[in-house]
Design a protein around this ligand. Structure first.
Ligand code: NAD
Ligand code: UDP
Length: 323
C-alpha cells in the first residue's frame, strides 16, 4: 500500500534528497516548506511527479495538510550556522512550535514522527566519539544556543509526546552532511571551500584549522534516516559518518579534488565553535544494519560537479567567519 508521508523542510538540501528517495520507492510525498533557506529549484524536477505535492507554509505557524498521513519527517529548520545566526527567533520557533505542530499532526493521524535532530545537541563534546548516552556540553546563552537548544527542546518534546500520548516517534541525531544541492552561499564548510577552490580564491579556515568534523555524503545520510523511520526504534540514534578530519585536512583535500591553485587564509573562529565531532554509530550499525559507504573523495567529486554548475549560474560563497 502506498504511504502518504509529509516532509517538513522538503525544499532544503537534505529534505529534497529525502523526497527523491521516498518517491523513488513508491511513497506519496507532501512537502511543506517556507523557502526561507531552501530553494524551489531543489524540487523543480518533481513538479510533474504524480506522487509529490508542495505546500508553502511556515511550520511554526501551522501545517495545512489534510487527509490521511502515515509519517511526518521534521527537517524544517535553518541548519547552516550563518543561516540560523541570521534567523535566531525563527530557528527557535521552528524547533519549538514547528516540532509541536508536527507532533500534533502525527498524533492526530496515528502517524510515525521522525525528528531531524543534530550532533549540535552534544555542543563542544567532552566525550569523544559521541555516543547517544552522552548528554552534551552546550552553552545555553551563546549565539549558537538558538539552534542547539531549539533541537534539545525538540528532542524533549518528541519524547514527551511518546511518553504521554503514545505517539510513535524517532529521533535522528544528524552529523555534518554534504553533497549536491548545498547552496553555494549556504556558508557551511564544504560549500564555502568548494566554491572558493573553483574560483581560485583562498579557502577561509576559521581558527587554526585543528577542529574536526566527520562528514557524511547525503545519499548515505538519507538512507540512514529512512532506515530509522522504517524501524520501530525511538532512539536517539546517531546518523553520520565516523571518518573524522581536521578542517585543515578538509581544505587540502578539496584543493586536491578540484585541482585548484587556491591557498588558505585564516579567519576568526566563530563563538562556541565545537573543537571536535565524530559519531559513534554502533547503535545504527547494530539496530538498523546501516552504515555510510561513500568515500569522501567520491562524495566531494559529486558535490564539486553540482556546485560548479551552480557557480556558473552566478553562485557565490560567504566569506569570513559567521560570528
Ligand atoms: P536547509 O536549510 O537546506 O533545509 C531546511 C529547510 O527547512 C529549508 O528548505 C527551509 O526553507 C525549511 N524551513 C526552515 N524553517 C522553516 C519553517 N519555519 N517552516 C517551513 N520550512 C522551513 O538545511 P539542511 O541541511 O537540509 O537541514 C535539514 C534538517 O536537518 C534541519 O532540521 C537540520 O537541523 C538537520 N540537520 C542537518 C545537518 C546537515 O549537515 N545538513 C546536520 C544536522 C542536522
Ligand atoms: N569553517 C571554516 N571555514 C568556512 C566555514 C566553516 O573553517 O568557510 C569551519 C567552522 O568554523 C567549523 C567547521 O568548519 O569548525 C564546520 O562548520 P560548518 O559551518 O560547516 O558546520 P558546524 O559543524 O560548525 O555546524
Amino acid at each position: 500500500m502506498t504511504r502518504r508521508l509529509v516532509v517538513l523542510g522538503g525544499a532544503g538540501f537534505l529534505g529534497s534528497h529525502l523526497c527523491d528517495h521516498l518517491l523513488a520507492r513508491g511513497d506519496e510525498v507532501v512537502c511543506v516548506d517556507d523557502f526561507s533557506t531552501g530553494r524551489r529549484d531543489n524540487l523543480a524536477h518533481l513538479a510533474s511527479h504524480p506522487g509529490c505535492s508542495l505546500v508553502e507554509a511556515d511550520v511554526s505557524e501551522g501545517i495545512p495538510v489534510d487527509g490521511a498521513v502515515d509519517g511526518v519527517f521534521h527537517l524544517a529548520s535553518p541548519a547552516s550556522p550563518p543561516d540560523y545566526l541570521a534567523r535566531p527567533l525563527q530557528t527557535l520557533a521552528a524547533g519549538s512550535e514547528g516540532t509541536r505542530r508536527g507532533l500534533e499532526l502525527a498524533a492526530a493521524c496515528g502517524a510515525r514522527f521522525l525528528l531531524a535532530s543534530t550532533s549540535e545537541v552534544y555542543g563542544d563534546p567532552a566525550v569523544h566519539p559521541q555516543v547517544e548516552s552522552y548528554w552534551g556540553n552546550v552553552n545555553p546563552v551563546g549565539p549558537r544556543s538558538v539552534y542547539d537548544e531549539a533541537k534539545r527542546y525538540a528532542e524533549a518534546l518528541t519524547m514527551a509526546y511518546a511518553r504521554t500520548l503514545g505517539t510513535d516517534v524517532a529521533v535522528a541525531r544528524i552529523f555534518n552532511t554534504y553533497g549536491p544541492r548545498l547552496r553555494p552561499d549556504d556558508g557551511r564548510v564544504v560549500s564555502n571551500f568548494v566554491v572558493q577552490a573553483l574560483r581560485g580564491d583562498d579557502l577561509t579556515i576559521y581558527g587554526d584549522g585543528s577542529q574536526t568534523r566527520s562528514l557524511c555524503y547525503v545519499a548515505d545520510e538519507v538512507a540512514g534516516l529512512v532506515a530509522l523511520f522504517d524501524s520501530d526504534l525511538t532512539g536517539p540514534v546517531n546518523i553520520g559518518n565516523p571518518d573524522e578530519y581536521t578542517i585543515t585536512e578538509l581544505a587540502r583535500t578539496i584543493i586536491e579534488v578540484t585541482g585548484s591553485p587556491s591557498g588558505v587564509v585564516h579567519r576568526p573562529l566563530p563563538v562556541d565553535d565545537p573543537t571536535r565531532r565524530r559519531p559513534d554509530i554502533t547503535l545504527a550499525r547494530n539496530a538498523l544494519g546501516w552504515e555510510p559507504t561513500t568515500p569522501l573523495a567520491e562524495g566531494l567529486a559529486l558535490t564539486v560537479a553540482s556546485l560548479g554548475a551552480a557557480a556558473g549560474r552566478g553562485g557565490n560563497a560567504r566569506n569570513g567567519a559567521a560570528s
